[in-house]
Design a protein around this ligand. Structure first.
Ligand code: ADP
Length: 586
């Protein structure tokens, strides 16, 4: 399983990438869309809240002025216009006094004649002096035209003020004009004190665009122009406020009846606080879903890749000739069917191999008898048992004998391989002295070595070299090594056999001074039928099966085989066998 995650697998990487792309893109898109929609609806909600507030405050302002205008809209229905004396009538003084007492917003009330002369005046401040002419005032002129006049806001030490003027009618005739100075501090205070959320506020711009408040707010002083703010609020609903110096969400609301505009500004730190929380939650949900995909995707991918990897390993096992282990895939789908088909195929291949081995075994076995018979009779003829033969016949028969010998070797090797592959080689490992087969082989091969004037030496220890091995097979192994060392050696070369004890094994080395095996051919040397180019060219007879069998035998006896070789310098074949705890002294 670990292997599946960490080893190189392009298929796994491809499926994984696909998985991540397919899962992550929708999550990211969904997250992004949610945030965009939430942002939109949130901004809209803020606008709605601000406009609601402004509308309420706007109504409050409009009502304030409507009330005052209503109070000043005096009608003297009971009297004729002629009955009203322009001067010194007591009721006018009483009325102004009463209005001042009843409505604390009025700071001063003047009644003036249509000529512009003050008839009565009541004021909260002590303003002694004679009654004046008000004919210069725009308020007077507007009111005389029958229009209720409301002036611009002006600022006194005691707060903002507004002048309101209204005609006084008797039977639809304007007989006088009422002019009042109104203290709008309570109204301004009420608006300035109002909060949207905890930190949102409302500011007033009068009809000239001047800031109306009781004191300084941020950078603005009462009476200062608000045009930059009006520009900002007109062009965007979110900006950095000139008043508070922080980013705000803003809205404006005009009050057409008096020409004022109310502006609401709500610092984003508060207005968007909820949104920030939601945004964080959405991001967490997206991140968690992506993380879950990242964690789960490899498991899914492994589920898909594992059977394919099992099939790949199975194929590699078959390539190495191991048909025993079955591929186990239990996915319950097509992959499981593929695994079953693979196992069926492996069984078929195994059967084929068995049949082939069987065939090779039978063929080699059947060939061996006639080849041996030929060998026997040719030997007899050569020895003269069939009468005297000519020199020429002897030479020809000699060649036939040599070819027959090679055929016999091939048949024996094939038989051995067939036995090995069918697991028919019987190996009986027991403690034995390795010196015995080596000495026998050295003695048997001495004439063969002498032909090429090659010296074969055995550095034979005095004490027994006890190994765990099959004595017959060990002799075959040693025979093959020393035969090769002689066969692939140069004239007057040497072959030396020695031992080394290493931990619990005995290493035996066969060193020669022969052709050597070129680097590029070394990895093929244990393959069936492989012979080096130089061996083939040299004309030395061989089947290319000896080392294959030797390796098989050594490994079956629990040992290992290796070699070191240099072209034209020589080769050292080594093999280790388990030690049988014999001592080795020289
Ligand atoms: P054979 O000797 O019958 O060809 P082997 O399986 O014993 O088959 O050896 C395979 C090949 O390995 C040989 O043909 C030869 O090319 C090479 N070989 C084996 N032993 C030696 C050696 N001692 N020196 C050089 N080449 C060798």
């Amino acid at each position: 399983m670990k292997d599946l995650f960490f080893s190189k697998s392009p298929l796994r990487d491809r499926i994984l990438s696909l998985f991540l792309v397919l899962a992550c893109i929708p999550s990211l898109l969904l997250g992004w869309l949610t945030l965009v929609l939430l942002n939109y609806s949130h901004s809209h909600d803020i606008q709605v809240i601000e406009l609601e507030t402004l509308r309420a405050k706007g109504e409050e302002v409009a009502a304030f002025f409507t009330d005052l205008s209503g109070i000043l809209d005096i009608r003297l229905e009971a009297l004729d216009a002629e009955d009203i004396s322009h001067e010194g009538i007591l009721w006018q003084a009483q009325l102004t006094e009463a209005l001042l007492n009843e409505h604390k917003e009025f700071m001063e009330i003047i009644f003036a004649s249509p000529e512009g002369k003050e008839i009565a005046r009541s004021s909260r401040s002590e303003r002694p002096g004679p009654l004046l002419y008000v004919s210069q005032l725009p308020a007077f002129h507007e009111a005389l035209k029958g229009i209720v006049y409301q002036g611009d806001v002006y600022f006194t030490n005691n707060g903002p003020r507004v002048v309101i003027a209204s005609p006084i009618r008797a039977e639809n005739t304007i007989v006088q004009v009422a002019i009042a100075e109104v203290d709008i501090s309570p109204l301004v205070r009420s608006i300035a004190a109002h909060r949207i959320g905890e930190s949102g506020y409302v500011v007033i711009s009068d009809k000239r665009g001047a800031f109306v408040d009781l004191g300084q707010k941020g950078l603005l002083k009462p009476g200062e122009r608000m045009s930059p703010i009006m520009e900002q609020v007109k062009s965007a609903s979110r900006y950095e406020s000139i008043i508070s110096g922080v980013p705000v969400a803003a809205a404006s609301f005009p009050i057409p009846s008096i020409g004022w505009t109310l502006v609401a500004e709500w610092p984003l730190s508060e207005a968007d606080a909820v949104m920030s929380d939601i945004r964080r939650q959405v991001l967490i949900v997206v991140a968690v879903s992506i993380l879950a995909v990242v964690l789960i995707a490899p498991l899914f991918t492994a589920r898909i890749v594992r059977p394919i990897r099992a099939l790949e390993l199975g194929a590699k096992r078959i390539e190495k000739g191991d048909f025993e282990k079955q591929v186990s895939i239990t996915t319950g789908d097509e992959l499981e069917k593929l695994g079953n088909a693979f196992n069926t195929m492996a069984r078929g291949l195994k059967r084929l191999q068995e049949l082939r081995n069987e065939f090779v075994f039978v063929a080699a076995h059947e060939l061996r008898a006639p080849v041996t018979v030929i060998k026997g009779y040719v030997s007899m003829v050569l020895e003269g048992s069939a009468g005297v033969i000519t020199k020429e016949t002897k030479e020809f028969l000699g060649r036939a004998q040599s070819a027959n010998q090679q055929l016999l070797q091939l048949v024996s090797d094939l038989l051995e391989i067939a036995r090995s592959e069918a697991n028919r080689i019987e190996i009986q490992v027991a403690p034995m002295d390795a010196r015995i087969p080596i000495n026998e082989v050295v003695a048997e091969l001495a004439p063969f070595a002498a032909e090429k004037r090659i010296t074969v030496s055995y550095d034979c220890p005095q004490n027994a070299v006890m190994v765990q091995a099959d004595s017959v097979r060990l002799k075959e192994v040693v025979m093959n090594f020393i035969t090769n060392a002689v066969k692939y050696n140069r004239e007057q070369g040497t072959v030396s056999v020695s031992h080394e004890v290493k931990e619990n094994t005995i290493i035996t080395r066969v060193r020669d001074t022969g052709f050597g095996i070129p680097k590029e051919e070394q990895k093929k040397i244990f393959e069936k039928f492989y012979r080096t180019v130089s061996a083939r060219k040299s004309g030395v007879q061989g089947t290319g099966l000896g080392l294959f069998i030797t390796k098989e035998l050594i490994e079956r006896m629990g040992g290992t085989i290796w070699f070191v070789s240099e072209k034209d310098k020589g080769t050292t074949f080594s093999f280790s066998l388990p030690s049988a705890h014999g001592t080795m002294k020289k």
